[in-house]
Design a protein around this ligand. Structure first.
Ligand SMILES: [Zn+2]
Ligand SMILES: [Zn+2]
Length: 349
C-alpha cells in the first residue's frame, strides 16, 4: 500500500509498504480522508524524534475512514463502519485516564505523531485506541472530510468549554486561520452578540466574511482602538489568541472587558513563550485566562454530533482535496497559509 512517511527534517516520501496486519484486538481502517494541520507542517519542517532514516513514521492525525478488518476479539465495531478516529491514547489506568482525560496522560501516544497515522491507504487502530473509545461511528449526515475535521474542531471545543460564551457576548478571535474560524463558528452558535476576527492578512479577513457575513473583521491598523469603539468602550467579553504570536497575548489582556475570559489557544514557538504581560490588567479587570491542549474523547464525539445535527458547518473550511502523492505540496501550501484546511482524500474528487 501507499504511505507518506517522514524520514527526517524536510524528508517526506510516499512509499510502497506492506499492508499492515492486525492482531485479534485491533482494527484495520481504510482511510477515506485525512486533513493536514500545523503539527504536520512543523514535523516536516523540523523533523521529529519518532521519525528517522531507519525508522520512518507515517504521519497524519486528523483521521476518517471505513473499517476494513476487525480483530476476532473486537465486538463493538464491524467491517464497513464509517468512522472518525481521535488520535490521542492514554495508558488507560492512571488518574487522568480514569477521569476521562486520556489526552492528558503522561504516557500518552498519538496516531500520526508517535505511532503510524492516516496519510496511508490503511492504518492499524491499536488495541488501546479500540478499547478507550477513540473510534467514533459517524452519522449518515457526516462526510468523511467533515469527520476528519473532528480532531481540530474538538481542540477548539475543548477551549470553548473553558472560556464559555454567553448570549450577547462580544467575542474576539485574533487569527483568522481554520482554528480561528472554528472558534468564530462556535461563538456564533452559542449566541454571541458580536464575533470579531482580527488578522494582519486582508485576504484572509475577506475569506472570513465570505464564510459568514455576520463576522466583523479588523486588520492590524488601530485594532485595539477600533475594538474599543466596536464594543462601546467596554472591550471584549472573550478573547481567543488563535495564532502563535506573543504580541497577541499581550493585546488580549488590554482588549478584554471587566470579567473577561481569555484563552491562549495557539502555543508559542520554543524560545518565545516567556512573554511580558501587564498583570494589573488581570488584577483590576478580574480576568480569567485559560490554556488548552488536545481534546478529550467526549469532546471529540460532541463536535461530531454538532456537525451531524447541522448545528455548525465545517465544510466551508475545506479549501483543497488532493491525492496522497501530492501531500508534500499540500503541506507546503498549509505552511504558507494558503487556503484554510488542505485535505488528502483516497478517492476520485
Ligand atoms: Zn491537528
Ligand atoms: Zn494514563
Amino acid at each position: 500500500m501507499q504511505a507518506a512517511q517522514l524520514y527526517g527534517k524536510e524528508d517526506l516520501r510516499v512509499v510502497d509498504i506492506p499492508k499492515p496486519q492486525i492482531t485479534a484486538d485491533e482494527i484495520l481502517l481504510k482511510i477515506k480522508a485525512s486533513a493536514i494541520c500545523g503539527t504536520d507542517v512543523r514535523m516536516l519542517k523540523n523533523g521529529h524524534k519518532n521519525a528517522s532514516e531507519s525508522n520512518p513514521l507515517t504521519i497524519g492525525h486528523e483521521i476518517s475512514g471505513e473499517i476494513s478488518e476487525v480483530g476476532a476479539n473486537v465486538t463493538a465495531y464491524k467491517t464497513g463502519d464509517r468512522v472518525a478516529v481521535a488520535p490521542n491514547l492514554g495508558c488507560g489506568v492512571c488518574d487522568l485516564c480514569v477521569s476521562g482525560n486520556t489526552h492528558m496522560c503522561s504516557q500518552s501516544e498519538a496516531l500520526g505523531v508517535t505511532i503510524p497515522g492516516a496519510f496511508a491507504e490503511f492504518m492499524v487502530i491499536p488495541e488501546k485506541a479500540v478499547r478507550q473509545g477513540n473510534i467514533c461511528i459517524i452519522g449518515d449526515n457526516t462526510s468523511f472530510e467533515e469527520a476528519a475535521l473532528a480532531e481540530p474542531f474538538s481542540c477548539v471545543y475543548n477551549a470553548f468549554e473553558l472560556y464559555g460564551v454567553n448570549p450577547g457576548d462580544s467575542v474576539v478571535i485574533i487569527g483568522s486561520g481554520p482554528i480561528g474560524l472554528m472558534h468564530a463558528k462556535l461563538a456564533k452558535m452559542a449566541g454571541a452578540g458580536k464575533v470579531i476576527i482580527n488578522d494582519l492578512n486582508p485576504d484572509r479577513l475577506a475569506e472570513c466574511r465570505a464564510i459568514d457575513s455576520s463576522f466583523i473583521t479588523m486588520d492590524g491598523d488601530n485594532f485595539e482602538e477600533n475594538l474599543r469603539m466596536e464594543t462601546g468602550g467596554k472591550g471584549a467579553d472573550v478573547v481567543i489568541t488563535a495564532c502563535p504570536a506573543p504580541s497577541a497575548q499581550q493585546s488580549a489582556l488590554r482588549i478584554a472587558a471587566v470579567f473577561g475570559r481569555i484563552c491562549f489557544f495557539g502555543g508559542l514557538p520554543h524560545g518565545k513563550s516567556e512573554v511580558a504581560l501587564d498583570t494589573n490588567e488581570i488584577h483590576y479587570k478580574q480576568l480569567t485566562i485559560t490554556g488548552m491542549t488536545r481534546q478529550s474523547l467526549a469532546q471529540f464525539r460532541k463536535t461530531l454530533s454538532l456537525v451531524e445535527k447541522n448545528l455548525v458547518s465545517v465544510n466551508d473550511l475545506i479549501t483543497t482535496k488532493s491525492p496522497l502523492r501530492d501531500l508534500e505540496a499540500a503541506i507546503i501550501r498549509s505552511a504558507k497559509g494558503e487556503g484554510l484546511k488542505n485535505m488528502i482524500v483516497f478517492y476520485d474528487t
